[in-house]
Ligand binder design. Structure first.
Ligand code: GAP
Length: 461
């Protein structure tokens, strides 16, 4: 594109998930896993820009948890834990989905989601709608992945891949209390992989069998639990909007009594308006003292806080904001995805919050001659230690801008003929398409300052 390009306005047409999937593959964010072997259902690999975006999402979560809250500490617990953990937590008996099999088409469906399921016959209908459908009664199916620890494969060696990161926090409550010298309210935060043998997958990286969670358990005096629940509902909504999600695409939905998990006395979901409709992005639960009491009972350890002010011990209650890295990433991409027409040509652009963008600045020589590549390369070398930058000299400048637009790079730095005369470059803004001339000197500080500024989605108008 040229310096004269003009923004003609964002689109307001609904975004299809297929467009997002295509962009993610085309630009190296997400690939179907094991693709050369035909793929394995609902499992994805993250490419270079996907890794960078995920790291930024996780970095922003850690920033909120640790930099903004001195009472929160970090932990990284094991994926495979003692099997008694899952007995105590209730996952062995209760982490199940009701399943129905069709004896005719041999497919398996979630009993509570038959209306969303497609039968195996053609044309596809809902299970049970053909006269040939032969459905079994619903049976409970445990979602945990089972494995064996050690060389002997018997019942004594059975272990599980964790279905949530939360339990790794509860079983370390005593360690943290002792070594981090915290008193309620205090939190323990963790990011890590979780595994669930989900029956109903699909919708790209929204629901997969292997995914990453960002969970924080906030231990509070029992009578303060409702107050802290409200607090974390507000904080977590603000986290998403501060990172550019449009407020009208987010909502809080309180769970009804029949929907609450076995451990929860109150849960609200933060939902996002995904292409497939309003769906859960994050759950914020009041878990009461369920987990600490269960682990105390099963392990025989005292899991309490002794309050020196009152000379009494009590079991703290827990508020848990539980988010998914993959779902958050999908929501950020969907919210940022935009198509507009610029000078008669379609432009696809990811209007990501600059702090989330995988690459902050692309350094581009206008043409591959007259010393421009050498100068651009030198600027890039200087910049890359300070902000995530990329150097690109392949293809026309318009194509290179479009590539950077699609990965969400907020700034383009172009070295042109004038650079050799006065050591200035053009700084192109991804969203406004404005290009201004700036001195090369101080450009890293200029970008670092911009990254610290508040940002709102240009799609809000
Ligand atoms: N410790 C509570 C807990 O795990 P959850 O609602 O089951 O609660 C929390 O999970 C978050 O983890 C969800 O809001 C979602 O973002 C993410 N998540 C859960 N299952 C997932 C799956 N199969 N694929 C991708 N993300 C998932």
């Amino acid at each position: 594109m040229t310096p004269t390009e003009a923004k003609t306005g964002g689109n307001s047409v609904p975004i299809a998930l297929d467009e997002i999937i295509a962009l993610c593959k085309r630009r190296g964010f997400v690939f179907p896993s094991s693709e050369i072997y035909g793929g394995i259902g609902s499992t994805y690999d993250y490419g270079h820009y996907g890794v960078l975006l995920r790291n930024n999402v996780k970095g922003e979560w850690w920033r909120e948890m640790l930099s903004d809250h001195e009472e929160i500490v970090a932990i990284d617990s094991a994926v495979i834990q003692h099997p008694r953990v899952w007995e105590a937590s209730g996952h062995l008996s209760g982490f199940t989905d009701p399943l129905i099999d069709c004896r005719t088409c041999k497919l398996r469906f979630r009993a509570d989601m038959l209306e969303d399921a497609q039968c195996g016959r053609k044309p596809s209908k809902h299970p049970g709608e053909y006269s040939e459908c032969d459905l079994t009664e619903a049976r409970q199916f445990n979602l945990m992945f089972e494995t064996h620890v050690g060389p002997v494969k018997d019942s004594a060696s059975v272990a599980y891949l964790r279905p949530e990161t939360a339990q790794g926090i509860f079983i370390n409550f005593k360690n943290v209390l002792q070594f981090a010298r915290r008193k309620p309210p205090f939190g323990i935060a963790q990011i890590g992989k979780s595994f669930r043998n989900e029956i109903t997958t699909g919708n790209f990286i929204f629901r997969t069998r292997e995914f990453e969670q960002m969970e924080m358990e906030y231990f509070v005096p029992p009578d303060e639990a409702p107050k802290w629940h409200e607090y974390w509902l507000d904080e977590r909504m603000r986290w998403y909007t501060d990172l550019g999600i449009r407020p009208d695409r987010l909502r809080l939905r309180e769970h009804g009594p029949e929907e609450l998990s076995h451990y929860s006395s109150a849960t609200s979901d933060i939902e996002y308006l995904f292409p497939m409709g309003w769906s859960e992005l994050e759950g914020i639960a009041n878990r009461g003292d369920f987990d600490l009491r269960q682990h105390a009972k099963f392990s025989g350890e005292k899991l309490e806080y002794f309050d020196p002010d009152t000379d009494e011990a009590y079991v703290p209650h827990v508020i848990e904001p539980a988010a998914g890295v993959d779902r958050a990433m999908l929501a950020f991409i969907v919210d940022a995805y935009d198509i507009e027409e610029v000078e008669g040509r379609k432009r696809t652009v990811l209007r990501l919050h600059p702090r989330l963008s995988p690459v902050k600045a692309a350094v581009l020589p206008l043409v591959s001659k007259d010393g421009m590549p050498e100068r651009a390369r030198a600027i890039y070398e200087e910049l890359r230690g300070k902000v995530a930058a990329e150097y690109d000299e392949g293809g026309s400048i318009g194509r290179r801008y479009r590539r950077q637009d699609e990965i969400g790079t907020p700034w383009g730095i172009t070295v042109d003929g004038q650079t050799a005369d006065d050591d200035t470059v053009t700084l192109r803004d991804r969203d406004s398409l404005e290009q201004i001339r700036v001195p090369v000197e101080g450009i890293a500080d200029r970008l670092a300052a911009k990254l610290g500024e508040p940002w709102g989605s240009p799609k809000l108008g």
